[in-house]
Design a protein around this ligand. Structure first.
Ligand code: SIN
Length: 283
């Protein structure tokens, strides 16, 4: 490998060193990073200096770059959003366990986050491996879940997920009302399109119910699965430093940015990688 890789937790996560992302990557290095991401699900690169255009170019190493429906892009680049919490603000962007955009027919495949300014302490982000969560369920529960599909809504928990003004900009053309209409149904267990590995595909922030089940009927099993997915042994917690770049595979992870740094500023740039329609895992 043309870089050093240090795993951060058994379930997922690795820190990569020896790479400068401010220059285009050669094909061998790009391929090795893609393999590392498939293996470790979330990667971190410290001490980087990235323009918005270079961040987008790095994200394009992993697939077509898209946009995020609920935040206006920054002035310098149409595919970069700013995630900012000012010292006087109390809510943080995405401050609940979630997978990105499961309410779309084609949810994002991943995102690249670049830390511009971070609190002295606090503001860590936790990721969870939903592949490991799937693999550690009993045979009986796996057989029950395999044929199921789930309904995901953008409006679920919208008060905690809303982006305006936390992204530092106005809402995108799609207003909050549009959230109500954004709903998708996907398999509860999805097959990773590149590795074939199965993973639970549920998002505590967005999943409303199992298809064909009422919300009341779904809630106890969903609650159990959310707790299982985010159990400590399925997670890695990352302490940011300014200049860190993170990339995660949104097809087999959840993430949760902690909101424990009131009075301090935290600012990051995010770029989204387009994904495909989730395919069910085979029995
Ligand atoms: C996000 O959910 O994309 C934001 C993650 C973070 O702020 O750490």
């Amino acid at each position: 490998m043309p870089f050093a890789l240090a795993p951060l937790a058994p379930a997922l996560g690795a820190e990569i060193s020896g790479i400068d992302l401010s220059h285009p990557l050669d094909d061998a290095t790009a391929a090795a990073i893609r393999r590392a991401l498939l293996d470790r699900q979330v990667l971190f690169f410290r001490d980087q200096v990235l323009t918005p255009a270079r961040q987008v170019a790095f994200a394009a190493t992993f697939g077509p770059v898209g946009t995020y429906p609920f935040a206006a892009p920054i002035a310098e680049h149409p595919q970069v959003i700013a995630i900012v919490k000012e010292p006087h603000q109390t809510a943080n962007f995405g401050g609940i366990w979630h997978s990105d955009t499961p309410y779309l027919e084609r949810p994002s495949a991943g995102s690249v986050l670049y830390a511009l300014e971070v609190p002295e302490t606090g503001g860590d982000t936790i990721w969870a491996s939903t592949a490991r969560a799937w693999e550690t369920l009993s045979e009986g529960l796996r057989a029950t879940l395999l044929p199921l599909r789930a309904v995901h809504s953008a409006a679920r928990n919208k008060a905690r997920l809303r982006t305006d003004p936390l992204t530092g900009g106005a809402m995108h053309g799609l207003a909050e009302d549009a959230m109500e209409a954004m709903e998708a149904i996907h398999p509860v267990v999805r097959r990773h399109p590149e590795t074939g590995r199965a993973a639970l595909y549920l998002s505590p922030a967005h999943t409303v119910r199992f298809e064909g089940w009422s919300e009341a009927e779904s809630a106890p099993l969903l609650d159990y699965l959310f707790r299982h997915m985010t159990a400590e042994e399925n997670t890695v917690r990352f302490r940011w430093t300014a200049g860190t770049v993170a990339i995660w595979d949104n097809r087999c992870t959840l993430h949760y940015p902690l909101n424990d740094y009131h009075g301090q500023r935290r600012a990051l740039h995010r770029v989204t990688i387009e994904g495909e329609r989730p395919k069910p895992a085979a029995p």
